[in-house]
Design a protein around this ligand. Structure first.
Ligand SMILES: NC(=O)c1ccc[n+]([C@@H]2O[C@H](COP(=O)([O-])OP(=O)(O)OC[C@H]3O[C@@H](n4cnc5c(N)ncnc54)[C@H](O)[C@@H]3O)[C@@H](O)[C@H]2O)c1
Length: 257
């Protein structure tokens, strides 16, 4: 338990499992009140609410679909109404769909882009309007991916969405700086969460991946939460418009045998 986020209110998209859940829990342990939304994992959301409440912080879990602009706006409005304000926005909700490029469907493209990029765009806009209305700065943290930089064959829509997040982060850092709002991204490598269940259940694929990671392990949701606490705290005040890679060395791993 610490107090690096004491007195802050954080809104986190996708807090019912995986990385978003770890961030919600750690933020509360650092003194923040936490609101999160989720798509469908009600059991995970209920458990998160119970565990976070045990830290003594205020918590709320809303079932809102961030691919709907209206739902995203409601998430921000409901959180601000219930908690009085939002200081930190964590755009974490995301998904991926695997397909050879020539087989990718419009439905899959829309599912990925509407959550990972469009939803993030309009929730961020709602958060910025809220901070403008209360005449205060704030912090935005996007959970991007190493695939904002690194190709991932058969996941073209995912890479396009995360590349979009990279550019949006840079662009908004300039536009929001006069408002006292910073925006940064975290680019995780391979993290042990439900999004990777196929990989985690395939020992051959998993050991091939571990061969490519210089630190020879997957990341944990808590590894990502540690960086998110830093970016949500005053310690990161001079950082904006950049991406912090957390990948065990994966992205720049090049060696000759
Ligand atoms: N796990 C990894 O290896 C990894 C690596 C790089 C980046 N990421 C990114 O981290 C983020 C979290 O991923 P994760 O691994 O925890 O995945 P996950 O599948 O375990 O969790 C995803 C979360 O997003 C939420 N979500 C998805 N669609 C939503 C929607 N339409 N509306 C509201 N919420 C929605 C879910 O409710 C869930 O809480 C994603 O943006 C993902 O791209 C993950």
């Amino acid at each position: 338990m610490g107090n690096r986020l004491a007195g802050k209110v954080a809104a986190i998209t996708g807090g019912s499992q995986g990385i978003g859940l770890a961030i919600a829990q750690r933020f509360a342990e650092e003194g923040a009140d936490v609101s999160f939304c989720y798509r469908s994992n009600k059991a995970g959301a209920d458990e998160a609410v119970t565990n976070i409440a045990n830290t003594g912080r205020k918590v709320a879990g809303f079932q809102y679909d961030v691919s709907s602009v209206n739902d995203g706006q409601k998430f921000v409005a409901d959180t601000a109404a219930q908690f009085g304000k939002i200081d930190i926005l964590v755009n974490n909700a995301g998904l991926e769909r695997r397909a050879d490029f020539w087989d990718a469907t419009e439905a899959d493209f829309d599912a990925v882009l509407n959550v990972n990029l469009k939803g993030l765009f309009f929730i961020t806009q709602a958060f910025v309007k809220h901070r403008m209305a209360v005449k205060a700065g704030g912090k935005i943290i996007n959970i991007s991916s190493v695939h904002e930089e690194l190709p991932f064959p058969h996941f073209a829509s995912y890479c396009a969405s995360k590349g979009g997040v990279k550019m949006l982060t840079r662009n908004l850092s300039i536009e929001l700086a006069p408002l006292g709002i910073t925006i940064n991204s975290i680019a995780p490598g391979a993290i042990e969460t439900p999004i990777n269940k196929n990989l985690l259940n395939d020992p051959a694929k998993l050991s091939a991946l571990l061969e490519n990671i210089p630190l020879k392990r997957l990341g944990t949701p808590d590894d990502v939460a540690s960086m998110a606490v830093f970016l949500g705290s005053e310690e990161s005040n001079y950082a904006t418009g950049t991406t912090f890679f957390l990948d065990g060395g994966l992205t720049w791993n090049y060696q000759e045998q």
